[in-house]
Design a protein around this ligand. Structure first.
Ligand SMILES: Cc1ncc(COP(=O)(O)O)c(C=O)c1O
Length: 476
């Protein structure tokens, strides 16, 4: 019952590919996302335990009817929320092949292991690291940051953390990020036992980049309090505005202060390939660790993050446990010695395929194009009097708002929140808001090879209309 004949497998597989291809063909015309009707949501939520077998064709049909029409929306050219790219179609096929091949890439002498090493070497080269550096593919940016900071913690305790935990640390560790650092850094310091009281959020300048002088003063103040500054977690592309912290200056400071220099490049790391912003990354190659996220700007389907650590041995020492039952198949150190996971999926295959399909020159063009579209959007915003441009970072994020003259800040905040909801529900486009300096702003992130200038006009039209609707419903 569980196995399919090769012919059945082929027939169902073709049908599944047909479903996706039909969706792709219509992607620009479909709603970006549509709200799941309440009764349908209930049906999806409350499904009985399947006691008896179901027919695979019927299940594919249920996928077509019940699931496919309600996507998150990221495949659409008018999806601008968070940092979610559409999947490169070849990478979707690669994920299917990876599942069919189904190795555990924990380690051992089989092809998938070597493919992951090859891909990691490509990623190290992009970020300016030597190929001897350590690396591992993980589920996404959050885990990539966590793994990197776990190595930092191991190194900063001279390894004693593995035996004794934090039980005999005389001085609490302190980690520094900016007020714009991603929330996953907070989760990481919490999980690692450092605690968020010891995560300092350093003020930013007018471009939302970490203030190096403020950081220096905070380090001095913390030392005076008897604390132990251990790590600066800089951002190469903050999630709110795409700000790239002054990496070279921070590298100098970390060297002088003997701090671990970590860079969170989950959103922006691959901006290093862009024409417009590549120069901002000078100094990233000096980082002790880097988190990057191929499932964002390399356009592979989720999940695929990556931790790189300059000192491969330190990375291995942080995690390696090789019990006897794992020792018979060790052509190279196992990936499971460099991270928390033992059994690991073949995430490398989609990267291996798409990085070759597109090539570095292709990525340079695609990423530069996303940034150029953000610039175009910013010009369009400035040309429409109902909008105020609030932040135009160096990458592909734009923050702006509806700012009618004579309206209080509280009402403007409410209006922009309302406009986001109206646009989201319309299906015309999908964007989200964030907060900058206490203002609710609309945030548009372009990591999308399908977006065109016409999509930007449609987005702005939709927001403008939503603003008018929001204002008139407030007046009613
Ligand atoms: C700067 C930054 N860091 C970390 C993350 C977390 O990555 P993930 O959502 O893949 O866990 C994100 C996600 O958007 C991000 O933008």
């Amino acid at each position: 019952m569980i196995d399919l004949s090769p012919d059945e497998f082929r027939r169902l597989g073709y049908r599944a590919i047909d479903l996706l291809a039909e969706q792709m063909a219509r992607i620009g015309d479909l709603p970006t996302r549509q709200p799941v009707p309440a009764e349908h949501r209930e049906r999806l939520l409350r499904q009985p335990l399947p006691e008896t077998p179901s027919d695979p064709d019927a299940l594919l049909e249920r996928f077509r009817q019940d699931i496919l029409p309600y996507p998150m929306g990221n495949a659409s050219p008018r999806f601008f929320a968070w940092v979610n790219s559409p999947p490169a179609p070849l990478a979707v096929i690669a994920d299917l092949l990876a599942a069919g091949f189904d190795p555990s890439v924990a380690g051992g002498d089989h092809a998938a292991v070597y493919v992951e090493h090859a891909v990691l070497n490509w990623l190290k080269t992009i970020m300016g690291y030597p190929t001897e550096a350590g690396g591992v593919l993980v589920s996404g940016g959050s885990v990539a940051n966590l793994v990197a900071l776990a190595v930092m913690r191991h190194v900063r305790t001279a390894g004693s953390i593995r035996a004794r935990g934090f039980q005999d640390q005389a001085r609490p560790m302190v980690v520094y990020t900016s007020t714009q650092g991603h929330s996953c850094l907070q989760k990481a310091v919490e999980l690692l036992g450092i605690g968020h009281d010891h995560l300092r959020k350093i003020p930013v300048d007018a471009d939302y980049c970490m203030e190096v002088d403020a950081l220096r003063q905070q380090i001095t103040a913390d030392r005076a309090l008897g604390l132990e500054p251990v790590c600066v977690a800089a951002s190469a592309g903050t999630v709110n505005t795409g700000a790239v912290d002054p990496l070279a200056e921070l590298a100098d400071l970390c060297e002088a202060e003997k701090l671990w220099f970590h860079v969170d490049g989950a959103y922006g790391g691959f901006g290093i390939l862009s024409e417009q912003a590549g120069a901002l990354y000078a100094g990233i190659e000096r980082a002790d660790s880097i988190a990057i996220d191929p499932h964002k700007w390399l356009y592979v389907p989720v999940e695929c993050g990556c931790t790189l650590v300059r000192d491969a041995q330190a990375m291995r020492d942080s995690f390696s446990v090789m019990p006897p039952y794992l020792r018979d198949d060790a052509a190279l150190p196992w990936f499971s010695e460099y991270t928390i996971q033992q059994t690991r999926g073949f995430k490398a295959l989609k990267l291996w395929m798409v990085m070759q399909q597109i090539g570095i020159t292709g990525y340079q063009e695609l990423i530069s194009r996303d940034i150029a579209l953000a610039r175009t959007l910013q010009q369009k915003i400035q040309a429409r009097p109902e909008f105020e441009l609030v932040a135009a970072g160096p990458l592909s994020i734009t923050c702006f708002r509806l700012a009618p003259a004579g309206m209080s800040e509280a009402d403007r905040n409410a209006l922009n929140k309302a406009a986001v909801g109206i646009v989201q529900r319309s299906g015309e486009a999908f964007l989200t808001s964030t907060e900058l300096d206490g203002k609710v702003v609309l945030r548009v992130c372009i990591v999308n090879f399908r977006t065109t200038e016409a999509d930007l006009d449609r987005l702005l039209d939709a927001i403008q209309q939503a603003g008018e609707q929001g204002r008139s419903s407030r007046q009613d």
